[in-house]
Design a protein around this ligand. Structure first.
Ligand code: ADP
Ligand code: MG
Length: 573
């Protein structure tokens, strides 16, 4: 269905046309007519399906001459970026229509400027719940003339703890208003809000869950533990995406990875919630205008962000939630384009998690081998040939060749030297995933260690060499990679390099010692603290400084692995 089949004003049709929209997306087809009628709507459809226009077009259309001086439409978004983005898009719809004044209100930006805009009679307000509440309290935003409230990404707003703010805003606005809610998922809490605050809502559910995702080719790479950063660098060097997003689970990981990528010469920038608003805006702008090629972000910071032409999404960390996977990869393949999503996994657990995502999304995620150095060198050669074959040589270049010839360096030699330099520049800093890692005790002696605990001990007549043999067998590491082994009556602890701990625990999943199936865990001094065992634990066994895992989340533990990355060179598998 074409936009001009809707009963829209000429001004709006012109704006839509100028944006290059012709056909409506499904969610737009189904919800715009209802919204124009004034119905309450619950809209559910995937990211990238054009929800902003679905509610933004009716919102702009609803503004009349009489609405000059007060807020009549309020749109709540979970993040500042989304509020800004929705504001930008809605302004475009309003380009030819007079009397529409929008104002974006979000935290981390000047209150004065926002108050000024509100005072000037903004009639469509787009904001984050917290800042909107602020303005309501200060009476700088008055809602008595409000006709429509729209909750965009409602599920995410609840996830972010905006429930109270949202409820208090909804309780504050005139009762005979239109209430519209868009959400990617429909958890209980959203249903509760719907029931409490909407009147006879129409549910619009677009089952195109796979539609966006279908256009995205999905691959995964198995990477040795702790080598994800190197793997990512190789992938970026091989695929050379001109615009890519990389997702991590923690802010710390975003910072660290961004730094590593920048150090390796990529134009990368990080985006997460701890950054100041002004920084975030700068990062987003530089990504949108392609000054930044690689945006490293957390899920929350990147939620709903719409940048055209993102050609690849990399899942550096596996998402903590299956739904996030869809959101993440939906950053590419926007509005009918194709894109590619690459996921890095280390260890069996992550492979299982990936299979679960595959099931959940009904997608096929195919395994691909990591590109090898030789592949990248071959690709670089092709690029150099192309570049030279298409380049022009000026006078000055010939002058230099003549002078070199005078020094006994002929043309062929001169050209070879220049080419070699170019090739080196492109490949000298490539990480080498194929080379071995040094975990030998001598060299590794300074490395941080942690302890793992195995639930078998003297009671089963276990000797250290049994333990070591089983560990070597299960992990493919060498005996020298393991430290002190302490055997107690019912359990055994083994010192292992901190960087390998997760890998070791993963790969000893079905390990047997002396025919006994055993369980291997990170030793926290409390994991086997039933009375029987406690007696055998010497007091200061647990060195806080060496292992600060304590209460930290797994994702944070992962990020600890990276700093030692460079020290490894020995091959394991
Ligand atoms: P969502 O909120 O569902 O994630 P957005 O509203 O951010 O999706 O829209 C995704 C992209 O699709 C935007 O770049 C938007 O400009 C574009 N878009 C929306 N509707 C249409 C349409 N009918 N035709 C072409 N592109 C569209
Ligand atoms: Mg959106």
């Amino acid at each position: 269905m074409h936009f001009n089949e809707l009963n829209l004003s000429d001004e709006l049709l012109r704006a839509v046309d100028e944006l290059g929209y012709t056909e409506m997306t499904e969610i737009q087809q189904q919800s715009i007519p209802l919204l124009l009628e004034g119905r309450d709507v619950v809209g559910r459809s995937n990211t990238g399906t054009g929800k902003t226009a679905a509610f933004g077009i009716p919102a702009v259309e609803s503004i009349t001459e009489a609405d000059k001086r007060s807020a009549v439409v309020l749109i709540l978004c979970p993040t500042r970026e989304l509020a800004m983005q929705a504001n930008d898009e809605i302004r475009k719809f309003a380009k030819f229509k007079e009397g529409v004044k929008t104002s974006a209100v979000y935290g981390g930006a000047s209150m004065e400027k926002q108050i000024h805009e509100l005072k000037r009679g903004a009639n469509i307000i787009i904001g984050t719940p917290g800042r909107v509440m602020d303005h309501i309290r200060r009476r700088t935003l008055k809602l008595e003339n409000l006709r429509t409230v729209i909750l965009d990404e409602a599920d995410e707003m609840l996830n972010m703890g905006f429930r109270e703010d949202i409820e208090s805003i909804l309780a504050d606005v005139p009762e005979n208003r239109q209430t519209v809610l868009f959400s990617a998922t429909m958890p209980k809490e959203i249903m509760a809000i719907t029931e409490k605050y909407q009147t006879d809502p129409v549910h619009v559910k677009i089952k195109s869950a796979q539609k966006t995702v279908e256009l995205i080719e999905q691959f995964y790479f198995e990477v040795a533990m702790g080598r994800k950063t190197d793997a990512l660098r190789l992938l970026l060097a091989a695929y050379k995406p001109s615009s890519a997003m990389v997702f991590c689970n923690t802010k710390a990981m975003v910072d660290q990875l961004t730094e590593e990528l920048v150090k390796s010469g990529f134009r990368a920038a990080g985006l997460h919630g701890d950054m100041k608003q002004i920084q975030r805006t700068q990062v987003m702008n530089s990504f949108k205008n392609n000054t930044t090629e690689i945006l490293v972000a957390t899920d929350v910071a990147a939620r709903g962000i719409d940048v055209r032409g993102v050609d690849a999404v990399f899942n550096y960390d596996l998402p903590q939630d299956n739904e996030y996977y869809i959101h993440r990869i939906g950053r590419t393949g926007r509005a009918g384009r194709t894109g590619t999503a690459y996921t890095l996994i280390s260890g069996r657990k992550q492979l299982f998690d990936l299979r679960a995502i595959e099931k959940y999304t009904h997608a096929t995620i195919r395994e691909m081998p990591l590109p090898e150095r030789s592949d990248i060198i071959a690709m670089t050669k092709e690029a150099v040939i192309k570049e030279i074959s298409e380049a022009e040589a000026g006078h000055n270049a010939y002058d230099i060749l003549d002078r070199l010839a005078g020094m006994g360096i002929d043309y062929r030699e001169a050209a070879a030297r220049v080419i070699a330099k170019q090739l080196n520049a492109a490949t000298e800093s490539l990480p080498d995933l194929e080379s071995a890692r040094p975990l030998k005790k001598g060299r590794n002696s300074g490395a941080k260690t942690v302890k793992i605990v195995i639930n078998i001990g003297r009671n089963r007549r276990i000797a250290p060499n049994f333990i070591l043999g089983a560990l070597v067998d299960a992990t493919g590491m060498t005996g020298r990679d393991f430290g002190k082994i302490d055997i107690f009556d019912e359990h055994t602890t083994v010192e292992v390099p901190e960087t390998e701990c997760e890998y070791i625990i993963d790969s000893t999943d079905s390990m047997k010692i002396n025919g006994n199936k055993v369980e291997v865990k990170l030793f926290k001094g409390s994991s086997f603290n039933d009375r029987k065992n406690r007696r055998y634990d010497e007091k200061p066994r647990f060195d806080r400084k060496k292992s600060a895992y304590g209460n930290r989340k797994k994702a944070e533990i992962y990020s600890d692995y990276i700093p030692n990355r460079k020290k490894r060179t020995k091959k394991r598998h």
